[in-house]
Design a binder for this molecule. Structure first.
Ligand SMILES: [Zn+2]
Ligand SMILES: [Zn+2]
Length: 282
């Protein structure tokens, strides 16, 4: 029942004593949505959430196809995103370099340094960090390391039963019950294959049980997929996104990847495999 989840949610308090109540602003953020719905552009504007962020994407520093230069250029000229986070797998170097480029340029969007950490229990986004967090630690330890740096820890594409890098229900339950560790948010809209069918399950489960602030992201590995998923928030800067996540006044939105996003990625991976095989033979 919805009422019960609201009660549970308002009792949930994090380690630093700050109440995490995603549905406190029930008429503004995710709490205004039905159990399995993402926010449409019209709803977002009506509620004053006119900022759009994409907080999960990959560059050539991990398994993405776009260089950091191409990504910055594409976002500037071909999207209306206000804030982005670069979150390569288990590295932060690309995001730090991209931030340097971004700081030297005259970009109209704001930039967040991030990483997608392969924890032992599944992928987790770390936002607003400066130092790399190593993979293969427990998710609790990884969350602690994010918080030690003053970052935000957000579970990525959870509850996908077929994807081995997706956190499952028992892990989320464990974190939810833990008094010492907390998640700052949950990605309930992931525009990639990880989110097909599972986004709706993640939204419903979070709204019924956990009540964590929800974000939506593209998980883009090709530049044209950037912005396919988004997080609606009030304002236009990285600090506004942070405040929105911390207060639960944000909402997941967007669409899924298009067919050509998959085709580009598949043909790139096939060519790479062919090149690697040739190198091994030579
Ligand atoms: Zn992932
Ligand atoms: Zn990813």
């Amino acid at each position: 029942m919805h009422t019960c989840s609201l009660e549970r949610c308002s009792m949930f308090t994090s380690k630093n004593g700050k109440a995490i109540d995603a549905f406190e602003n029930t008429s503004r953020g995710t709490g205004s949505l039905k159990k399995r719905k993402r926010m449409t552009q019209n709803q977002a504007y009506y509620l004053g959430l006119s900022g759009r962020a994409d907080l999960h994407m990959h560059s050539t520093y991990s398994d993405g196809l776009g260089t950091i230069q191409q990504i910055l250029h594409h976002i500037q000229h071909n999207t209306d995103l206000d804030v982005i986070a670069l979150t390569d797998h288990n590295v932060v170097e690309g995001a730090l370099r991209a931030r340097d480029l971004w700081a030297r340029g005259n970009y109209r969007f704001d930039f967040i340094v991030g990483e997608e950490i392969s924890t032992r229990e599944g992928h987790m986004l770390a936002l607003f960090i400066e130092k790399r967090i190593p993979p293969n630690l427990s998710i609790e330890r990884s969350i602690d390391l994010v918080h030690e740096q003053g970052g935000l820890a957000i579970v990525a594409h959870p509850l996908n039963p077929l994807f081995r890098h997706s956190c499952q229900r028992e892990v989320l339950d464990r974190i939810f019950e833990d008094d010492d560790v907390w998640l700052d948010g949950i990605e309930t809209w992931n525009a990639s294959f990880c989110g097909i069918y599972t986004n709706r399950l993640a939204m419903r489960t979070n709204r019924e049980i956990y009540g964590w602030p929800e974000v939506g992201n593209s998980d883009a590995h090709t530049i044209h997929a950037i912005g396919r998923g988004c997080t609606w928030f009030e304002g236009s800067t990285a600090q506004h996104v942070r405040a929105a996540i911390e207060s639960g006044v944000c909402a997941p939105g967007g669409k899924l990847w298009r067919m050509h996003d998959y085709l580009r990625l598949a043909s790139h991976r096939m060519n790479k495999r062919r090149r690697d095989r040739r190198k091994r033979v030579a």
